[in-house]
Design a protein around this ligand. Structure first.
Ligand SMILES: Nc1ncnc2c1ncn2[C@@H]1O[C@H](COP(=O)(O)OP(=O)(O)OP(=O)(O)O)[C@@H](O)[C@H]1O
Length: 261
């Protein structure tokens, strides 16, 4: 890692659920424009790590700095406004709403008009709504979803719902995008398409990305650096090559996945 100030600086963070230490003394630094992987066995604490950054779980110890701002004790809505968006392991869309509306909603989180203007139906409100729809369609186009724009989100095949989740996260204009198992449940072809899509949006939107993923080939292809969590602790950190050849990582995680593959 270079010596620049990290955009995300998590230091000595611990989280316990009753007697279970889900995270223990975890320190993770991510530089601007990095694409970082977070891997590890089931129950290692990866999603808990995302939940703490996004304000869903409060750490018992440690600091979470984003662009120098301490996120600990801040509510999820405020953290989202700082420029952190995420997707969820269990897809969280509005299933009864259209695909287009699912992407438009995050753009309304900071409306560019007053309540009065909206109530009076002023032309400025209409203009903002047209702009919002145009931008939402652009995100759908990037994610290959335009042809499905009028469908109810819940009726999309699983792989497309995952893509829609990413489009939604992008619509909030994040600086930092947290992807929680974006390839879960996808077949090989879908995984290959996802790699290209993620590579594209990472470059186009100048993003910083942290991705949890069990498909190791996806992590190895996209990430320049990887953290490995095991039993709530950072087991290793390094380049894909370093991680793939680390005996501790092979023992705790990669060996098991290779046997399954
Ligand atoms: N809200 C909660 N209450 C109690 N225990 C929890 C809670 N959330 C997570 N845990 C526990 O904390 C540990 C870490 O869970 P976490 O979901 O972060 O793991 P993970 O690495 O994301 O696993 P997976 O790869 O299976 O998604 C697990 O033992 C889990 O059962």
């Amino acid at each position: 890692m270079t010596s620049q100030t990290p955009i995300l600086d998590v230091s000595h963070m611990s989280i316990a659920f009753g007697g279970l230490r889900a995270l223990e003394d975890v320190s993770v630094q991510v530089n601007e424009n990095e694409f970082v992987g977070l891997i590890g066995p089931n129950g290692a604490g990866k999603t808990t790590f995302f939940n703490s950054i996004t304000g869903y779980i409060r750490p018992s110890e440690g600091k979470i700095l984003f662009n120098g701002e301490n996120l600990v004790r801040k509510p999820p809505s405020k953290i989202a406004n700082y420029g952190i968006s995420r997707t969820f392991q269990n897809i969280r869309l509005f299933p009864k709403m259209t695909v287009l509306d699912n992407v438009s909603i995050p753009m309304h989180s900071t409306p560019k008009y007053s309540v009065w203007a909206a109530m009076l139906g002023l032309p400025s409100v209409k203009r903002v709504q047209i702009d919002t729809e145009k931008r939402a369609l652009e995100f759908l186009s990037i994610m290959g979803l335009v042809e499905h724009k009028d469908r109810q989100a819940g009726t999309l095949p699983y792989g497309l719902q995952r893509r829609l989740e990413i489009a939604r996260a992008l619509a909030a204009s994040p600086k930092l995008l947290l992807l929680d198992e974006p390839a879960a449940g996808m077949n090989n072809d879908e995984c290959n398409e996802l790699i290209e899509l993620l590579r594209g949006i990472y470059k186009t939107f100048n993003l910083t990305v942290v991705m949890i993923e069990h498909h190791i080939d996806i992590v190895m292809k996209l990430c320049s650096r990887i953290y490995v969590l095991n039993l709530g602790k950072v087991l290793a950190e390094g380049t894909p090559k370093q991680i793939q050849t680390d005996p501790q990582v092979i023992k705790a995680y990669l060996g098991e996945r290779r046997r399954k593959a």
